[in-house]
Design a protein around this ligand. Structure first.
Ligand code: ZN
Length: 147
């Protein structure tokens, strides 16, 4: 069993004006064990979501870490400042409408202009029946295969 004890390091951190105890730096971010992160100041993406917020382009200011229940696997979760988080984007009827139009455009065949119930592969640019019809009428490739 490898040692799980990390050295305690006092660092200047984004969520406090004074030194805070951390477990050093990981990927350039202060590392905090689960019980050390101030819940009223820092939150993971999922915790922000539960608060109706999102990181809003801000980088994480710390990394939360812990071990799986069996203790054989370590996990990390970026922590964001709750004070800098932005409200979660709300879908308005207009936004839903434009999203629906965009999705419809992705399903419309450029050749037969039918809306399919799947996304048209960009490499083909047309629906599968059109691709197959195009292959069947292309006699040069067919005779090439047959020869
Ligand atoms: Zn088509």
């Amino acid at each position: 069993m490898g040692s799980k004890v990390r050295a305690v390091v006092k660092l200047h951190v984004a969520w406090s004006d004074s030194w805070e105890f951390t477990h050093g730096l990981h990927d350039g971010l202060p590392l905090l064990p689960t019980k050390w992160a101030p819940r009223h100041l820092l939150a993971t993406k999922n915790q922000l979501k539960a608060l109706g917020k999102r990181p809003g382009g801000h980088d994480p200011v710390a990394l939360l870490y812990g071990y799986s229940k069996r203790g054989n696997c370590q996990w990390f979760a970026p922590l964001y400042l709750i004070s800098k988080a932005k409200p979660k984007l709300v879908m308005t009827p207009r936004k839903w409408h434009s999203l629906n139009l965009a999705n419809l455009a992705r399903r419309e065949c450029k050749r037969c202009h039918r809306a399919r119930d799947y996304v048209i592969p960009p490499t083909f640019g047309m629906c599968f029946p059109c691709v197959e019809a195009g292959e069947n009428t292309d006699t040069t490739t067919l005779s090439g295969v047959a020869a």
